[in-house]
Design a protein around this ligand. Structure first.
Ligand code: SF4
Length: 339
């Protein structure tokens, strides 16, 4: 039976899916994954921190918040050429998406933003999907990024609307949703997911997945992060996220949003290959590569390469959806050979 893409999930339905016995859940998710995606393919993305630390926000998990003493080295916005050389290296190592992260509360219309726009143009010219995560955006700023060639914008919901205030007090859930609307309106694809291990309940996780999967359009990319507890942050002593919780989140996200890229994100560094394989089986089809994830450790390109070979995975090409569309239009527009 083919699974339809739905945006009208009820909270009760999401509950039921999330609470399915684990092996049954994985089987169901794997089946949906096979209907919509090439299960041998994993998108390889590289994330670079282009402006590090000194952030005015108070996200309880984040080592880059200025108010926590985490030892993160503050770094002003990088130069364009330096960023482009990182992007070039990431491309050579097999990454097809390059994401640039700046520890800002919001984007300001100043020279730094102009420099980011130049970086976006430069990475786009390398033939990579270019993504940014820069904090809150106005509609006009989203349009400027789109004009520069931005492919995706990352802005995570982190957790449920109900639990959000326990984690961040310097902005609201509605602020998040507003930025996401601006991104959509500008025609940029949306990368939006969350973090588990913040002290939230299963109900909070279910509510977050419900919010994501009932958006008018599903985010094209849904990162599922496991908290990397950093000394100096308020969540430093939170217990490590159980792998089964991660698998359950990924499988539920895959069933709810069949065609989205579900990204196994932060926390991968502490997973062995068997654990990561379970996540791929449950429907994860995107990872971050490179030995750093903004400021926290991540498996190296070489380790991932070995894992891909072992599991028979291959990196997904860039702009795959667009290429499929162009091919389909080409076929539809071409005169039939025997006409
Ligand atoms: S806004 Fe981003 S950089 Fe700033 S504290 Fe929150 S997560 Fe960290």
């Amino acid at each position: 039976m083919h699974t339809a893409i739905r945006n009208d999930w009820s909270l009760d339905e999401v509950h039921k899916i999330y609470q399915t016995p684990l092996l049954e859940l994985i089987l169901r998710a794997a089946n949906v994954h096979k209907q919509y995606n090439d299960t041998a393919e994993v998108q390889v993305c590289t994330l670079l921190s282009i402006k590090t630390g000194g952030c005015t926000e108070d996200c309880a998990y984040c080592p880059q918040a200025a108010r926590y003493n985490t030892g993160v080295q503050v770094h002003a916005l990088m130069q364009k050429d330096e960023v482009l050389s990182y992007a070039q290296k990431a491309k050579q190592a097999g990454s097809t998406r390059f994401c640039m992260g700046a520890a800002w509360r919001e984007v300001r219309d100043n020279k730094d933003f102009d420099r980011v726009l130049d970086m976006v143009k430069g990475v786009n010219e390398l033939g990579m999907e270019v993504c940014c995560t820069l904090g809150m955006l106005s509609e006009q700023q989203a349009e400027k990024l789109a004009d520069a060639g931005l492919y995706a914008y990352n802005h995570n919901l982190d957790t449920s609307a109900e639990y959000y205030g326990e984690i961040i007090t310097t902005r609201t859930y509605d602020d998040r949703l507003e930025t996401l609307e601006h991104v959509r309106k500008a025609g940029v694809t949306v990368c939006c997911g969350g973090i588990i291990g913040l002290g939230e309940t299963h109900d909070d996780r279910i509510k977050m997945l419900h919010t994501l999967s009932t958006m008018p359009e599903h985010p094209e990319s849904v990162p599922i992060n496991a908290l990397v507890a950093i000394a100096g942050t308020p969540l430093a002593d939170n217990p490590r996220v159980d792998i089964w919780d991660m698998v359950r989140m990924i499988a539920t996200a895959r069933i709810l949003m069949p065609a989205s890229m579900v990204r196994l994100s932060a926390g991968r560094n502490s997973m062995n290959i068997a654990e990561q394989a379970l996540c791929f089986l449950a429907g994860a089809n995107s990872i971050f590569a490179g030995d750093k994830l903004l400021t926290t450790p991540n498996p190296s390109f070489e380790e991932d390469d070995a894992m891909f070979q072992l599991l028979g995975l291959k990196p997904r090409e860039s702009f795959k959806e667009e290429k499929k569309l162009v091919e389909a239009l080409g076929d539809a527009g071409a005169p039939a050979a025997n006409a």
